[in-house]
Design a protein around this ligand. Structure first.
Ligand code: SF4
Ligand code: SF4
Ligand code: SF4
Length: 268
């Protein structure tokens, strides 16, 4: 369990605590303002800052530790993420009263392309997400927020996973969980910050484990892992895959690519 579980989990994994999706958190006017300005402020400022940091990182090879700490501390208060598995998604989305799909803000900010792979859920009939400004994408509110059934959202996210997407959840003023995302490394601002060693998201609650008896050393999992967490080693003269638990973000993508069903997700 991570520090958010301790602070916001109420004895559970924090993203399984219904209170973190709850309408009570929306009574906070500061949060409502944050959500209203989320795209034009958080995302637009985020992409400009990220560009500067990538240039600095290219020149110096690492960012000043004090700057990294300040950024991570701020993100933990406002907009922090965690990788989740498809099983977590089924659990979180399956229980929702309402679900919307909307365009991915990172891809829009970076490339002005509309790619509908972000979801928001509400556990009560109130649609808090009407406060999100779809004008940012050049869309009317009802064009941007597409209401769909929970099972439809789950099935779409299963397809996105097959296409290589990593599932993540994001707070909008912690601990309120505002977005359930399906991200690709080059496109996602959060995954891009990881490449600079600025960890604005937690690793998942689970980690991949290899069954060495089944593994045939084909390397398909190593190729599929977006986090370079898999390598190989010799075992009794044969190659077998090895997962580094410290590098594994717990997305579960590797197991989809294993022809021998030699990979399983286990508690971190
Ligand atoms: S976190 Fe992922 S899905 Fe969400 S807006 Fe960014 S790239 Fe898109
Ligand atoms: S080892 Fe598997 S579960 Fe871990 S980050 Fe890589 S693909 Fe995801
Ligand atoms: S994909 Fe499966 S069989 Fe191939 S190396 Fe990875 S764990 Fe082993």
């Amino acid at each position: 369990m991570c520090e958010f579980c301790t602070k916001h989990g109420d004895g559970k994994v924090w993203f399984k605590n219904a209170a973190n999706y709850g309408k009570d958190l929306m009574a906070d006017l500061e949060r409502r303002d944050y959500i209203k300005d989320f795209f034009t402020s958080t995302i637009e400022e985020g992409i400009v800052t990220l560009g500067r940091l990538e240039t600095l990182h290219q020149k110096k090879k690492r960012l000043p530790p004090r700057l990294v700490k300040a950024m991570v501390d701020k993100a933990k208060e406002e907009h922090f993420g965690q990788v989740v598995t498809i099983e977590d998604i089924r659990d979180m989305v399956g229980k929702a009263a309402t679900v919307v799909r909307l365009p991915c803000a990172c891809r829009w900010a970076a490339m002005k392309t509309e790619n509908r792979c972000c979801y928001s859920v509400s556990y009560s009939p109130d649609a808090w997400y009407d406060d999100l400004d779809m004008g940012y994408f050049g869309l009317a509110q009802d064009e941007g927020l597409e209401r769909i059934k929970p099972e439809e959202a789950i099935s779409q996210m299963e397809t996105l996973e097959k296409q290589g997407a990593v599932h993540t959840i994001w707070t909008m003023m912690t601990p309120f969980i505002g977005a359930i995302c399906n991200c690709q490394p080059g496109d996602c601002l959060g995954l891009r910050t990881l490449a600079l060693d600025v960890e604005t998201m937690f690793r998942g609650e689970q980690v991949a484990m290899v069954d060495e008896e089944r593994c045939n050393g084909c390397g398909a999992c190593e190729e599929a892992c977006q986090f370079q967490a898999i390598s190989s080693r010799q075992l009794s003269g044969e190659q077998v895959a090895v997962v580094s638990p410290a590098q594994c973000f717990g997305c579960g993508l590797c197991r989809n690519h294993c022809p021998e069903e030699a990979l399983a997700m286990v508690g971190r």
